[in-house]
Design a protein around this ligand. Structure first.
Ligand SMILES: *[C@@H]1O[C@H](CO)[C@@H](O)[C@H](O)[C@H]1NC(C)=O
Ligand SMILES: *[C@@H]1O[C@H](CO)[C@@H](O)[C@H](O)[C@H]1NC(C)=O
Length: 208
C-alpha cells in the first residue's frame, strides 16, 4: 500500500480507537449498595488527613488483637480513591484469626515485633513465614490468611488494601456467629463432628 493511501486509514483508525466508548463496571466497593435514585447532590470527599493510627489499639480480648481501620468509613477522604490501610496491634501470642478480604489484595509491613504471616491458596497450599520489623508481605485478593505474634513483646503491622473498603470475612465469626445462625446440622456435616461439638464452639462466641 502506498503511504498516501495508508495515512487516511491510519488516522481514521486512531479516531475510532480514541473515541469509541470503552467502559466497564468498577469493582464493587462494599458488600451491596442499593441505589438512591432520588439523590440530588453528589457528596465531595471529606477530610484528607487521619490520625487514627497514632494510638495503640486495645488488645485485651480473646484474640489478643486490635484492628484500627483506616478505610472509607473511618477516613471518608478515601472515598472513590480505591485504597485503604489498617493498623494492627498484637499482644504477645495474639492472633489475627483466619479471614479473607473479598474486595482487595493486601500488602503489609511489620512495624514492630515478629509476626508469622500465612495464607492458603485455593489449591490448599499454605504459604507462611515469620517476618520481623521492616519486612513486607502480600496476601492475594480473597485468599484466607492469618497472622500471629510469635515474638516476646507486642507486635504492630500496617496493612494496605487496593479498595477503600476491602471487607473481611472472619471465618470463626462467619461460621459460628452469623445472624441468623447457620443450622447446627449443616455445621456438623461440614466439620464431620456431632452437633454437641458445634453447640460447644458456638457457646465460646456467646452464640447458641
Ligand atoms: C423517591 O421519591 C419518591 C417520590 O417522592 C418516593 O415515593 C420514594 O419513596 C423515594 N425513594 C426513596 C428511596 O427515598
Ligand atoms: C459428640 O462428639 C464428641 C467428640 O467426638 C463426643 O465426645 C461426644 O460423646 C459426642 N456426643 C454425642 C451425643 O454423640
Amino acid at each position: 500500500m502506498k503511504m498516501s493511501s495508508f495515512f487516511p486509514i491510519l488516522i481514521f483508525c486512531m479516531i475510532l480507537f480514541f473515541t469509541s466508548p470503552c467502559y466497564s463496571d468498577p469493582d464493587q466497593l462494599q458488600d451491596f449498595c442499593v441505589a438512591d435514585l432520588n439523590a440530588t447532590t453528589t457528596s465531595l470527599n471529606g477530610d484528607f488527613f487521619f490520625s487514627g493510627f497514632t494510638k495503640e489499639g486495645n488488645t485485651n480480648n480473646n484474640f489478643g488483637l486490635a484492628i484500627t481501620p483506616g478505610n472509607v468509613l473511618s477516613f471518608p477522604g478515601l472515598n472513590t480513591l480505591g485504597l485503604s490501610m489498617n493498623r494492627v496491634d498484637y499482644a504477645p501470642g495474639g492472633v489475627n484469626p483466619l479471614h479473607s478480604h473479598p474486595r482487595a489484595t493486601e500488602a503489609g509491613v511489620i512495624i514492630k515485633g515478629k509476626v508469622l504471616v500465612g495464607f492458603i491458596s485455593t489449591t490448599n497450599v499454605l504459604y507462611s513465614k515469620v517476618l520481623k520489623a521492616g519486612e513486607m508481605f502480600v496476601i492475594p485478593k480473597g485468599l484466607v490468611h492469618f497472622q500471629k505474634n510469635v515474638g516476646r513483646g507486642k507486635a504492630v503491622t500496617i496493612t494496605s488494601f487496593n479498595s477503600q473498603l476491602p471487607g473481611a470475612a472472619v471465618l470463626p465469626a462467619t461460621i459460628f456467629v452469623s445472624n441468623p445462625a447457620i443450622p447446627n446440622d449443616i455445621l456438623a456435616k461440614n466439620f464431620q463432628v456431632n452437633e454437641t461439638v458445634i453447640t460447644s464452639i458456638k457457646s465460646k462466641f456467646g452464640s447458641s
